[in-house]
Design a protein around this ligand. Structure first.
Ligand code: URP
Ligand code: ZN
Ligand code: ZN
Ligand code: ZN
Length: 475
C-alpha cells in the first residue's frame, strides 16, 4: 500500500461553487489528510494551504466504472496499462476507475484477481476497483464457481460481468448467467451484462465473410440493434426470475434502451450505462471512409445510426440510463487495429476514451443544455459510486468522503487530439473536437495529482478499492 504524507495543515479550497448530484452552492471545502473535513461558506483560512477556486466548479472526482487496461483481446493487449491509462484518466478529471479482471476458463476467479492486482501494482495513479468477468462456473453444477464468487465479494469485488456475446471466447450460456444472477441475489453483488445475442451475430458474421464482406463496416452491420435489445430483454427477465438486480454495460441503441425503460417503469431494479462514443459518434459520421480507417471505430456494441443519439441523451436526462462510462479499451491503429486489415473479425475490439469523458459530457451535455450540472455530476460520479458500492466514500463532496476533488474550469477551451492526449494510442475517436470545460486541478485522497493538464502524482499511489455489495437496497 502506498503511504502518503499527512498534510500538516488542511487544504482549503475557497470561493468555488460546489456541485453535487442534488445541489449547486457557494462553499469552501476543507480537506484534512485524505478526507474532506468541512463543506460550508466562510471557513477561516487560518493556517491552511489556500487554493482560490473563484469562478470554478468544485466537483467530486469522476468515476469511470468501465475500463480495460492491459487487457488481452484478439491476440494482443489493450495499449494502455494501469500507469498510462490511469494517468490519462486523472488528467481528464477521473479519480476512480473500475476495471475488469478476466477469469480464464478452467481457472479460479481468485487467480484472475491476483493477476490484475499485479498489473496495477506500482502503476495505478488513482484508486481502482475491479469487476470480475465470469467465464466458467466449473463442472460441479457451478458450486465451486459460486463459492468463488462469494470469496471475491469478501475481497471487495462487488460486481461480476458476464457476456452474452463473443461465442467460444467470453460468452456464457444462459444457465451460467442465471446461476450467477441467483448467487448475487444472495451475496448482494451486482451482475453487469454485455448484452448482445452472440449466437445470432455469429451467423450473420459467418454469412458476411462467406460473401467476401471483410471491411470494418461489416463489424457494425452484422450486429443489429435488435440483437442488443433481445439480449437486454433476456438479461432483465433472467434477473427478475433470480430476484437480482442487473446492470447493462455499454448500452448503444434506442431498441435496447426501450427494454431498460420498460423494466424500470415496472419497478424492476435494472440499470444501464452508455458511453460517449454512442452519444456522439455514428455510422454515418464515422464509418464512412470506405477504407480501413473505419477500424478506429470498431468496438462492441458497434456504432449505431445517428438517430439513436438523441434517444440516449434523453435516456440520461430522465434516468432511464444511470451512468456514463467509457469502455476504454484502446488499440493502436498502426500495429494493432491493422491485424484485421483483411478480415473485420480480426480487428481488436475497442477504442480509447478514458481521458475525455468528463470534457465531452460536460460540453455536449451541460453546455448544450441537454443535462443540468447536477445530472452531469450524478452520471459521471455519484451514480457509479452508489451502484458499485463506493458511496459516500467516493462520488460526492461531503464531510467524511475521500478528498477526490476536481477544480473544474467551465470556461477553459480544449481541442481533443491524438497529438496532445495522454492515452497510449495513436489516434483519437474525437480528433478535433472542441470542448469548453476542463479539469484545472485534480486532487486524489487530498493530494494534488494534476494541475493544468500536467500529472504530478507518482505511479503506484492509487489504491485498490474494496467495494461493498449493496445487498438488495436498490432503489
Ligand atoms: O469493444 C469493446 N467493447 N471491447 C472491450 C470488451 C467489451 O466488450 O467491453
Ligand atoms: Zn462488453
Ligand atoms: Zn468493456
Ligand atoms: Zn502500438
Amino acid at each position: 500500500m502506498p503511504h502518503r504524507k499527512e498534510l500538516l495543515m488542511g487544504l482549503l479550497i475557497q470561493n468555488g461553487t460546489v456541485v453535487t448530484a442534488d445541489k449547486t452552492f457557494a462553499a469552501d471545502v476543507l480537506v484534512e489528510g485524505e478526507v474532506i473535513k468541512e463543506v460550508r461558506a466562510g471557513i477561516s483560512s487560518n493556517g491552511h494551504t489556500v487554493v482560490d477556486a473563484a469562478g470554478m466548479l468544485v466537483l467530486p472526482g469522476g468515476i469511470d466504472a468501465h475500463t480495460h487496461l492491459d487487457m488481452p483481446f484478439g491476440g494482443t493487449m489493450s495499449s494502455d496499462d494501469f500507469e498510462t491509462g490511469t494517468r490519462a484518466a486523472a488528467i481528464g478529471g477521473t479519480t476512480t476507475i473500475v476495471d475488469f479482471a478476466i477469469q480464464a476458463k478452467g481457472t479460479k476467479m481468485r487467480d484472475a484477481l491476483d493477476l490484475w492486482w499485479k498489473k496495477a501494482e506500482g502503476k495505478a495513479c488513482i484508486d481502482y476497483g475491479l469487476h470480475m468477468i465470469v467465464t466458467d462456473l466449473g463442472s460441479d453444477a457451478g458450486k465451486a464457481g459460486l463459492d468463488d464468487m462469494d470469496d471475491l465479494v469478501r475481497e471487495g469485488v462487488a460486481s461480476f460481468k458476464l457476456f452474452m456475446a463473443y461465442p467460444n471466447v467470453l460468452m456464457a450460456d444462459d444457465a451460467t448467467i442465471f446461476k450467477a444472477l441467483r448467487q448475487t441475489a444472495k451475496n448482494g453483488a451486482l451482475v453487469c451484462m454485455h448484452a448482445e445475442n452472440g449466437s445470432v451475430i455469429d451467423v450473420l458474421v459467418q454469412q458476411a465473410l462467406a460473401e467476401g464482406k471483410t471491411a470494418p463496416i461489416y463489424h457494425a452491420l452484422t450486429r443489429p440493434t435488435l440483437a442488443e435489445a433481445e439480449a437486454v430483454q433476456r438479461a432483465i427477465a433472467m434477473a427478475e426470475i433470480a430476484g437480482a438486480p442487473v446492470y447493462i454495460v455499454h448500452l448503444s441503441s434506442e431498441d435496447a434502451l426501450n427494454q431498460v425503460r420498460e423494466a424500470r417503469d415496472r419497478g424492476v431494479p435494472a440499470f444501464a450505462e452508455t458511453c460517449p462514443q454512442y452519444l456522439l459518434l455514428s455510422i454515418e459520421d464515422n464509418m464512412n471512409t470506405g477504407s480501413f480507417e473505419d477500424a478506429k471505430y470498431v468496438f462492441t456494441p458497434p456504432l449505431r445510426e445517428k438517430k439513436n443519439q438523441a434517444r440516449l441523451w434523453d435516456g440520461l436526462k430522465h434516468d432511464h440510463l444511470q451512468v456514463v462510462s467509457t469502455d476504454h479499451c484502446p488499440f493502436c491503429f498502426a500495429d494493432q487495429k491493422v491485424l484485421g486489415i483483411d478480415d473485420f473479425t480480426k480487428i481488436p475490439n475497442g477504442g480509447p476514451g478514458i481521458e475525455n469523458r468528463m470534457q465531452l459530457i460536460h460540453h455536449h451535455g451541460v453546455n448544450s443544455g441537454r443535462l443540468s450540472l447536477n445530472r452531469f455530476v450524478e452520471i459521471t460520479a455519484t451514480a457509479p459510486a452508489r451502484i458499485f458500492g463506493m458511496y459516500p466514500k467516493k462520488g460526492t463532496i461531503a464531510p467524511g468522503s475521500d478528498a477526490d476533488i476536481v477544480i473544474w474550469d467551465p470556461e477553459s477551451e480544449h481541442t481533443i487530439s491524438a497529438a496532445t492526449h495522454n492515452m497510449r494510442c495513436d489516434y483519437s475517436m474525437f480528433e478535433g473536437y472542441q470542448v469548453r470545460g476542463n479539469a484545472r486541478q485534480v486532487y486524489s485522497a487530498g493530494e494534488l495529482i494534476v494541475e493544468h493538464g500536467r500529472f504530478l502524482g507518482k505511479p503506484g499511489r492509487g489504491r485498490y478499492l474494496k467495494r461493498e455489495p449493496r445487498g438488495g437496497a436498490w432503489r
